[in-house]
Write a protein that binds this ligand. Structure first.
Ligand code: E4P
Length: 214
């Protein structure tokens, strides 16, 4: 399973890159807005740090305007993945992007039927937002399981990008189900290796070792 960071913060992206564990980046308009930098300049900088796929989202909501933004974003760097919302106009724009060879991550996916449609058209990634489903009392992981099953049934090549992950357990559950990628905020990424028993155990080992040295 690949790990992506869900952030547009350059410090977090550099920190993750130093660990050598970040396979890609997802951003969205809310994350970009937090950074107070010109969109394309920021995305370009992210692409210089991370050689893997970097998702950048359009803000238009009508096919031709989305397509115009998609073409411009695709020019920023070779590793840009254009993010389009999973709405009818987004699906129309997806078709055109696929025809033009622009790689697309279909975002704001909340149900398997949406995932099936975008995969049939040829999206490179489909992003089910699991935490946001949990937030409204639905079971995000069940939706993920259904998408995995459908893609496997038909050999659909679209990668499942498990998104809106809120804690390490979400990452583990998504891995068990077989999501191709987990994208997570830096705070979740940072917790993946943490366990208090690891820290206590190490402390004890070192204390015992020290005794043998005196
Ligand atoms: C993914 O591409 C999205 O940017 C992200 O996972 C949304 O997560 P949120 O629901 O925590 O905002």
């Amino acid at each position: 399973m690949k790990f992506y960071l869900d952030t547009a913060n350059l410090d977090q992206i550099r920190a993750g890159a130093e660990l050598g564990l970040v396979d890609g980046i997802t951003t969205n308009p809310s994350l970009i807005a937090k950074e107070g930098m010109d969109f394309k300049t920021l995305v370009g900088k992210i692409c210089e740090i991370i050689p893997g796929p970097v998702s950048a989202e359009v803000v238009a909501t009508e096919r031709d305007a989305m397509l115009k933004e998609a073409r411009e974003l695709a020019k920023v760097a070779d590793n840009i993945i254009v993010k389009l919302p999973t709405i009818p106009e987004g699906v129309k724009a997806l078709k055109r992007c696929v025809d033009e060879g622009i790689k697309v991550n279909m975002t704001l996916c909340f149900q398997p039927s949406q995932a099936l449609i975008v995969a049939k058209i040829g999206a490179t990634f489909c992003s089910p937002f699991l935490g946001r489903l949990d937030d409204i009392g639905h079971d995000g992981m069940t939706v993920l399981e259904e998408i995995r099953l459908i893609y496997d049934n038909f050999g659909l090549q679209t990668k499942i990008l498990a998104a809106s992950l809120r804690h390490p357990l979400h990452v583990v559950q998504a891995a068990k189900i077989g999501a191709d990628i987990a994208t997570m905020p830096y705070a979740v990424f940072d917790k993946l290796l943490d366990h208090p028993l690891t820290d206590i155990g190490l402390e004890r080992f070192l204390a015992d070792w020290k005794k043998t040295q005196s």
